[in-house]
Ligand binder design. Structure first.
Ligand SMILES: [Zn+2]
Length: 142
């Protein structure tokens, strides 16, 4: 089916009712956020799910599963950079879980925003993407 996914700018969930018309009102069924539909990240694309919500829920589950092994290296990084105190083992694990979950939601949001950006403006040049793309031997550098 072809459907637009609208992500709530407040809670990141796709449970947003909105008018497809520019300037229409939008409301999140998750957290109650209200605003303009034109301010939403709204990505039209085709998928085989029953609804945009079902598609985003499955995608979120898949991304969460793939990022789970990243919890340990993320924990090491957060300790090294002083974001998490390793001397509080009772809070340590919960902190890492919170950071990982929020990072996962931010990544998912970024994927939808990037899809939207590429659809509107095309792919940026590699040199506009920062130092990562400048790595020597990268065959994609133009
Ligand atoms: Zn919301």
């Amino acid at each position: 089916m072809k459907a637009a996914v609208g992500l709530c700018p407040q809670c990141q969930k796709p449970a947003v009712d909105f008018s497809p018309l520019a300037g229409g009102a939008a409301r999140c069924r998750g957290c109650g956020w209200e605003g303009k539909a034109e301010g939403l990240t709204s990505v039209p694309f085709e998928h085989d799910f029953a609804s945009p919500e079902a598609m985003v829920a499955e995608f979120t589950k898949a991304v969460r599963k793939e990022l789970l092994p990243f919890g340990t290296p993320l924990g090491v990084l957060l300790v090294r950079w002083g974001f998490v105190d390793p001397k509080r083992p009772d809070l340590f694990k919960r902190s890492i879980v919170v950071y990982l979950e929020r990072a996962t939601l931010a990544l998912i949001r970024s994927v939808f925003e990037t899809r939207d950006l590429i659809a509107r403006e095309g792919l940026p040049e590699m040199r506009e993407l920062g130092p990562q793309s400048q790595a020597k031997g990268d065959p994609n550098v133009h």
